[in-house]
Design a protein around this ligand. Sequence first.
Ligand code: BES
Ligand code: MN
Ligand code: MN
Length: 456
Amino acid sequence: MIKQYIEQNKERLLDELFDLLRFPSISADPKYNKSILQTADFVANKLTKAGADDVEICITPGYPIVYGQKIIDDKLPTVLVYGHYDVQPPDPLELWETPPFEPTIRDGKIYARGACDDKGQFYMHIKAFELMMQTNSLPCNIKFMIEGEEEIGSSNLSNFVKNNISRLKADVVLISDTSMLSMEHPSLETGLRGLSYLEVEVIGPNRDLHSGVYGGAVANPATILAKMIASMHDEDNHITIPGFYDDVLELSPQERQALNEAPFNEEEYKQDLGLNELWGENGYTTIERTGTRPTLEVNGIWGGYIGEGAKTVLPSKASAKISMRLVPNQSSEKITQLFTAHFIKIAPPYVKVKVTPHHGGEPVVTPTDSVAFRAAEKAIEVSFGKKPIPTRGGGSIPIVALFEEILGIKTVLMGFGLDSDALHSPNEKYDIFNYYKGIETIPLFHKYFAELSIKG
Ligand code: BES
Ligand code: MN
Ligand code: MN
């Protein structure tokens, strides 16, 4: 019945996703304000058309949250579906083979910003809901909460959740916004890293200087910043901020072994990235480095002259955006404080420094022994013909920890993307196969979740 519905509606299911992908809903750039509001309207409309009740575009101080629900029986379990309709900026534009907001199919894949993260993935849930409504097979209550600020830190979502505790009451949160190992090796992520994001500024002379007249006598903020950043990893690629690893939960040898049993081809990984060698913290495998260890990355660095040609200048300032990925039991607030104190301490006397925290989020580990997790395993096993492998994801979805903290609800991360889908990069893509497979798997999740919940 599921496969038949998908087959009969194949073209329309894809056309609608394409319409959604055409909105440039870039939350980071205020220029796109109107497009983002239009995207929220589109999502709300589609939810209503699919059969949801009480659909509302909930206004926040930032971008709206689209809510909708279908309560069929108070005694049945309830699934809260979360996703985000905002996307990352598409820059650098010149590296896209086709424009980011004109979805194009090449080689069975949909190329567009948001194709995988997260429009292609949350839209599967609206279409799976439509399918269950049309085929009279919705087995449980369902609530949707699709937000527009995930890519900028979900800063208004925690207040919305706090103010809507009873409206959001559910037995599990279901999210498709993560990756699988591959289509041959379906997997379920069982953890997400946390995040501390900061901006730093190194300030030297009170104005840009002639680098010949003053060079040699005045410290160059760009050089100092580069040195300070470089000093934050030692020769083993450990992070040198005092106390940084204090709260890190080390995995047991058994847990490490289980993680490393996942099929992972390092050669393919390198090839996909065009690298000869990988890099990372000594003593850990690539899977452990991205899934279970904290990191520090420069996300952007600038200062001085970066225009056409040459300009002999000794810049007055240099800056960087730096983020740290966190693992259980690190706290984003504590790490932000440790970083700030350290950065100020290592600044040499010939510069001043300024540290501005941006946003943060806490790491999470999701249970693998819950009814909901078993339902997800079973759904994937049936639709893919293979039992999913549990893995740890390297990315962050800050709201997941808050769902647990505020609502007391655990999450199942049933993502259908691939790490190689180029999320946040040029030429982001999502396989049409994965899109339909997701629409096929989601109703199975609801079915098994309802069945297993009743059985207990
Ligand atoms: N969907 C991603 C997170 C993700 C991707 C988790 C792949 C696991 C696998 C999400 O949209 C994202 O990009 N989150 C940001 C955090 C946010 C606060 C900007 C991230 O991870 O950088
Ligand atoms: Mn996402
Ligand atoms: Mn993202």
